[in-house]
Design a protein around this ligand. Structure first.
Ligand SMILES: Cc1cc2nc3c(=O)[nH]c(=O)nc-3n(C[C@H](O)[C@H](O)[C@H](O)COP(=O)(O)OP(=O)(O)OC[C@H]3O[C@@H](n4cnc5c(N)ncnc54)[C@H](O)[C@@H]3O)c2cc1C
Ligand SMILES: NC(=O)c1ccc[n+]([C@@H]2O[C@H](COP(=O)([O-])OP(=O)(O)OC[C@H]3O[C@@H](n4cnc5c(N)ncnc54)[C@H](OP(=O)(O)O)[C@@H]3O)[C@@H](O)[C@H]2O)c1
Ligand SMILES: Cc1cc2nc3c(=O)[nH]c(=O)nc-3n(C[C@H](O)[C@H](O)[C@H](O)COP(=O)(O)O)c2cc1C
Length: 1203
């Protein structure tokens, strides 16, 4: 179980060797299943080995052996029971010949790219070319961290002697290849021990130190295991301690170590780096978990003073990966009881306890037929299992381990076409035939990557000092024996040294654990939080941020820690850049592996899945394997079961979900990601946390970020305190100051189209405004306009779009707002119109000390301050608490400081202020007249001005060069109608600009809101207010198609439209003629505020027309399109559901499933604008809630004061 080659060795006699007679010719090639390491063009011999299970009679066939390159047995001799085949026998180590490196590297990369389904892909070819070039240049090469992780896991999977391989993919890999000194090695090993021990809840881990270069600069851990007991030979020939350690104990002693001379002295770590002579280090006692061995029934057991340690970590083997040799790579699993009970404590040449146990049991030890040894061994093993379980330390009994191995064996046969195994070692050292593995024939062969034996370090180390006076047996310099000849390091000293080196060499040493931060965003907040998280995690982890759609999902299996920050959009849907990730997770879930690409799946079927898994916690979610649970104690049956071994078993994760409680499906996408990562085997570091846009989102993020950072540090045993100061600084404020940001004057501003394209990651075009018409007939209090944009030049290629798509508009902030901001800023460029570049002062930690350099701001283009504030920066969204904190630092007025501090720090006060004033930057500057912000810092703190989306209101078949929009112009008064008028940025920009103005725009495809491919299907279009927008494109298209193909059969097209009064009917005359031309079969109009007409919504009309609606949906395969406000969409959905349930006589479950199937069939289409209808209402509700909270806090405080 422990991958422990020392203790698990079975002494059974028969083994099945790959060279046995069960080898047949086979016409099938090796299959290329998920996760197997057979590669696509592997040219195995077409041989199969038939392997029988003598208990069940089942036969399996092994084809995988054809990929084995080493052949240790001869044709006539099976060497299956030879314990060790050292990789390097000679004392002086020779390096691998370059051609061998190349060939093994080729094999490794073929396996790797096959496993990620990219065999022979461009990336495979390119990577292989790169590796070859590196080998040609240097004789060797480097693997990436992901390749290293893959190799380490695969080497475990290939470990023929390990019975615990069902866990092979759940291995924490610590990449310690940047370590250069023994001190660094010691620090990494201590971290490994702490992480893996995990207070008894053992976790499998490996730490990998630098690879062999020329054989003269090896890194080695001289200990056979990281933790082990010393063995002292006495003058009378007896041994105190563990006899297996006698030689190594002598090595330690000669290095200057002095053991106490007891049975249970923990040996020091002996480490050598870069070919240097070794140094020894005491392992801090608080890192070592030991278990006193007691018996459940025999009290005298305690008197025997037996103990053992919790962590079995093999440290002398060599990791052979892709031709590279990693000579120091300590790894651990957890103990199988027999390793301790039978071997460590029972073996005659070890602690040899059987006789004493038998005597204490009162057994007759003279007569072997009393089976005293067998009876004693059972009690000894029972005591071990009992003691470990009692102490909450992970241990597995040999029966459970054998069963799990059989499960693994079957999985491997199925998935990989073979499972190399050394029967001699797999069968436990006691009760062999009572375990299922005994009856299973196994094929023994060796695959790479692998873990290999190597000569003990003291036998092959080339000494640098005192080479002339070396002890012949240990090779150690005799001089080293003298007092003080070698230094003994203590943990505190090392800790100090590490701190010192960290300061000098940056934080690279401590950043060995990768933290991958994934975000999906629609309006930029999730990205902003993800970047702050990167900053925070960067203090202790190797933190990397990826946008979900740019993340290669293939890597997810090999991640360690994933932090997700995502919002929800539409009506419980992923943001656009989160969609592919949602589908990929779905694909993994469906396939429980990565073999199926997202493109193989029907998009439709994943839709209902996403909805289902995000709206409520699924049943499966209740069975999630939670980090908190796993930390509670070791339930070995859980750990060994298949259920926890989903494809993402190796990752730990946490999700921060952004959303708004104004929406019915609050934070649904974040919930979906959280559910799926859990169901796929990931361990949750913390429960899902949501950040409600309407209630302290920023505050929620700050609390979560601090907590998740601490939890992650704890979980990965990283020193949290050391980083605290940095982190709290990172959390408190975006740490920029006038000293670290500047404007650098430049020759010219960047081209706006290019700058906007880069900023929004879209191909932005300039279209000219050619028409703007108010669609309301009378001068009502509200304005809704038709906007027509046309490409500038006839030679230009028009933007390609389909009816139903969205147009993104990049607007400008209002001139008067920009002017008011400019007026108040300090530290501006010489003029507001001078072109400048915003630059940040970056600090780099180098071996030469901290170096500073100015670098351009990543996102802001070269531009004038005025244009930055007009076109690129968001000055109207209410300022975030962080910005308020900054403003607080920009005033000398103490009253203002206090008020600003309270606003920034008390989320109730903040929410109340925000909802009441809906303040923009100018509002707050006016409310705090002494605040004088620095222009440079402000530019880096303001969010980016986001494009606004509009459903395209034209068909490309009717208006190829044009984009039509239907825009509700947003104006409102704050403070419940008493405050100043606010103007929506984009709708007012479109309403205000002159014909001929160039408008930056782009098209965003809305694939799920296109016309049905089968035009004979009925279409029910529901869109009150501006929700009518996309339908105009639909009817235009239908009209043109009808004209082009007279006689074509089109399904019915029905429109449900709603508005306040008759004057507000949009496109009234167009609708009338469409009805006359029978392009629209029916138009149902719901008037909500028409005097003398009962308030009617579209849902009321749907209900009234229920029979026809149900018939079109249920019998005629019709499509439903809903567009506009989110609440309306949800109400409509519920209405349609009840219509379908009633007419179809379905029960609750049936109707639920029917409605989901409509989405799967791509017949239910939604296009959601937001909470437009309820904005004021929602704001008021949130304000009231915040008010109530503030008041109750106030009265509570007063009450307390009164006491
Ligand atoms: C996919 C999609 C398609 C869309 N299609 C269309 C379309 O075809 N036609 C259309 O008109 N719109 C459409 N929208 C909405 C559009 O994108 C903009 O949100 C809308 O035009 C407002 O933008 P703005 O810049 O003018 O206002 P902003 O500057 O963004 O201001 C709007 C914000 O002001 C606040 N606010 C609004 N009213 C009040 C109030 N009464 N009290 C307090 N605060 C308030 C709210 O926070 C609101 O979010 C669509 C949205 C999406 C997501
Ligand atoms: N200030 C302006 O000049 C101006 C102009 C147009 C739009 N707008 C803004 O833009 C937003 C959207 O405008 P719009 O033209 O698309 O829509 P709208 O005119 O606000 O509403 C369209 C119709 O939908 C109704 N409705 C409201 N809630 C509904 C629900 N849950 N289910 C079904 N129907 C519902 C409305 O009824 P009710 O009578 O109940 O509202 C109205 O009859 C509005 O919220 C408004 O803030 C502003
Ligand atoms: C058109 C639209 C639809 C939205 N739909 C939802 C939703 O279904 N559920 C939810 O919790 N939040 C919803 N939200 C709120 C956003 O998730 C919230 O504003 C979030 O803070 C945006 O984060 P982002 O900037 O990272 O995209 C929606 C917002 C908009 C504008």
């Amino acid at each position: 179980m422990s991958m422990n080659i020392y203790n698990g060795h079975s002494s059974s006699s028969s083994s099945t060797c790959v060279h046995s007679q069960n080898v047949y010719n086979d016409n099938n090639n090796i299959s290329n299943n998920n996760n197997n390491n057979n590669y696509a063009d592997g040219k195995p011999e077409k041989k199969i080995i038939k392997l029988q299970n003598l208990q069940t009679g089942q036969e399996s066939t092994d084809r995988l052996h054809a990929l084995s390159q080493s052949n240790r047995c001869t044709e006539h001799v099976c060497l299956g029971s030879i314990v060790s085949f050292p990789n390097t026998k000679a004392v002086s180590i020779t390096c691998r010949p370059v051609e061998e490196v190349r060939s093994l590297a080729k094999d490794f990369f073929d396996q790797y790219y096959t496993s990620i389904k990219r065999y022979n892909s461009t990336s495979h070819v390119q990577r292989w070319e790169q590796v070859q070039a590196e080998i040609t240049d240097t004789g060797t090469y480097n693997v990436t961290e992901t390749e290293l992780v893959y190799g380490a896991k695969l080497a475990w999977r290939n470990s023929v002697r390990c019975i615990g391989r069902i866990q092979w993919a759940k291995l924490q890999v610590f990449d310690a290849r940047s370590v250069t000194t023994t001190t660094g090695m010691f620090e990494a090993v201590c971290k490994h021990i702490k992480y893996a021990t995990n207070k008894g809840n053992i976790r499998s881990a490996i730490t990998i130190f630098p690879q062999r270069t020329d054989g003269k600069h090896d890194f080695r851990i001289w200990n056979p295991q990281l933790i082990g007991y010393a063995g002292y030979r006495q003058s009378d020939g007896t041994v105190v301690g563990d006899p297996i350690s006698i030689e190594f104990t002598e090595v330690c002693t000669k290095l200057g170590w002095k053991g106490k001379g007891t049975k249970w002295d923990i040996l020091p770590l002996v480490l050598s780096s870069d070919g240097h002579d070794p140094e020894y280090f005491e392992i801090p006692s608080e890192l070592i978990l030991e278990i006193p061995i007691v018996h459940p029934n025999f009290e005298w057991f305690a008197e025997m003073d037996i103990r053992w340690y919790a962590l079995p970590a093999v440290s002398s083997m060599l990791f052979d990966c892709g031709g590279l040799e990693f000579t120091a790579c300590p790894f651990n699993g957890w103990y199988m009881g027999t390793e301790i009970g039978c071997r460590d404590l029972g073996d005659v040449h070890r602690y040899n306890m059987l006789e004493e146990v038998a005597i204490r049991m009162g057994l007759d030890i003279k007569n072997p037929t009393t089976l005293w040894k067998d009876r004693a061994i059972v009690e000894l093993n029972l005591a071990v299992l009992y003691s470990y379980q009692r102490a909450g330390v992970t241990v597995v009994d040999h029966h459970t381990a054998s069963e799990s191995f059989m499960k693994h064996y079957e999985n491997e046969m199925r998935m990989r076409g073979g499972c190399p195994a050394d029967w001699v070692w797999i069968v436990p050292p006691m009760s062999g035939s009572a375990t299922p593995v005994f009856h299973q024939e196994m094929a023994l062969y060796h695959l790479k990557p692998s873990y290999e034996y190597q000569e003990p370090a003291w036998k092959c180390h080339v000494w640098k000092k005192g080479a002339s006076q070396r002890d012949s047996s240990t090779g150690l310099s005799l001089r080293q024996n003298r007092k003080g000849a070698r230094r003994k390091f203590h943990f505190k000293e090392i800790a100090r040294a590490v701190k010192f080196t960290s300061k000098l060499f940056g934080k690279a040493l401590s950043k060995r654990v990768k933290a991958t931060i994934l975000y999906a965003t629609e309006t930029g907040k999730s990205e902003m939080y993800a970047r702050r998280l990167e900053e925070i995690f960067g203090h202790a982890f190797n933190a990397q941020v990826n946008r979900m759609d740019e993340y290669d999902i293939i890597n997810i299996e090999h991640e360690t820690l994933i932090l997700v920050v995502t919002s929800t959009f539409g009506n419980g849907d992923p943001p656009e850049n989160g969609e592919s990730f949602a589908h990929s997770l779905y694909a993994i879930k469906m396939n429980q592996g990565l073999s199926m690409g997202a493109e193989d799946l029907s998009m439709a079927s994943s839709k209902s899945f996403i909805k289902m898994n995000s709206q409520t916690d699924s049943v499966a979610a209740e069975r999630r394997f939670d980090r908190n649970d796993s930390l509670k104690g070791s339930q070995i049956s859980d750990i060994m079961s298949d259920d926890n071994l989903g494809p993402l078993r190796n990752i730990t994760f946490a999700v921060f979900a952004l959303g708004s409680s104004a929406y019915p499906n609050f934070c649904a996408f974040g919930r979906y990601v959280d559910n799926l990562l859990g169901e796929l085997g990931g361990e949750r570091l913390m429960k899902l946390t949501s950040g409600d846009e309407l209630a302290g989102q920023d505050q929620a993020f700050r609390v979560w970020a601090a907590e998740i950072f601490q939890t992650a540090c704890d979980s990965f045993c990283l020193d949290f305190d050391k980083n605290m100061a940095d982190i709290s600084a990172a959390l408190k404020a975006d740490t920029l100051s006038p000293e670290s940001v500047r404007f650098l004057p430049v020759q010219a501003a960047d081209d706006e189209v290019q700058a906007l394209s880069k900023l929004h990651n879209r191909k932005v075009n300039m279209y000219s405004l050619v028409e703007k018409t108010n669609l309301h007939e009378k001068d009502t209090s509200r304005v809704t306009i038709k906007v027509v944009l046309r490409k500038r030049l006839s030679s230009e290629t028009p933007l390609s779009y389909q009816s139903g798509d969205h147009v993104g508009i990049v607007a400008e902030n209002r001139v008067e707002l920009v002017d008011k901001v400019l007026e108040r800023l300090g530290n501006k460029p010489s003029t507001d119109d001078e072109a400048v570049q915003v630059q940040l002062l970056q600090e780099k930690h180098t071996p030469m000390g901290v170096q500073k350099q100015w670098i351009p701001h990543e996102r802001l283009p070269r531009s004038s301050l005025r244009v930055l504030l007009t076109r690129y920066l968001d000055i109207t969204t209410p300022p975030r608490p962080n910005l308020i904190l900054y403003l607080m630092r920009c005033t000398e007025d103490t009253t203002e400081q206090e008020r600003l501090s309270s606003l920034a720090k008390d989320s109730d006060v903040y929410e109340h202020w925000k909802q009441c004033n809906w303040p923009n930057l100018v509002t707050i500057l006016e409310q705090f007249p002494n605040v004088k912000p620095d222009a440079t810092v402000l530019c880096t703190m303001l969010p980016m001005l986001q494009p606004r989306f509009y459903s395209v209101s034209s068909s490309p078949h009717a208006f190829n060069d044009e984009l039509h929009l239907t825009v509700a112009v947003v104006t409102y008064k704050t403070r419940g109608g008493e405050g100043p008028t606010h103007y929506g940025v984009c709708s007012n920009y479109l309403n205000d600009i002159q014909v001929g103005t160039l408008v930056p725009c782009f098209v965003r495809s809305a694939t799920s809101f296109h016309l049905p491919t089968d035009m004979s299907r009925p279409m029910i279009m529901i869109g009150p207010g501006t929700g009518i927008a996309p339908f105009r494109g639909f009817w235009q298209e239908r009209k043109i198609m009808g004209n082009r193909k007279p006689g074509s059969r089109f399904g019915k097209m029905t429109l449900f439209f709603g508005c306040r009064t008759k004057e507000m009917i949009l496109y009234r005359s167009e609708l009338e003629s469409l009805k006359k031309e029978n392009i629209l079969s029916d138009i149902f109009l719901a008037l909500s505020r028409e005097p003398s007409v009962k308030k009617t919504y579209v849902q009321d009309l749907l209900r009234r027309e229920g029979d026809a609606v149900a018939r079109q949906i249920m019998q005629e395969g019709g499509h439903v399109y809903v567009c506009g406000d989110c609440t309306m969409a949800e109400d409509v959905y519920q209405t349609l559901k009840s219509i379908v349930q009633e007419r179809g006589m379905l029960n609750d479950a049936e109707v639920e499933s029917y409605m989901l199937s409509l989405r799967d069939d791509n017949r239910y289409h939604e296009d959601i604008f937001g909470i437009t209808h309820r904005t004021a209402e929602v704001h008021e509700k949130v304000r009231q809630t915040a008010m109530t909270r503030i008041e109750s806090n106030y009265s509570l405080n007063n009450a307390n004061v009164g006491k």
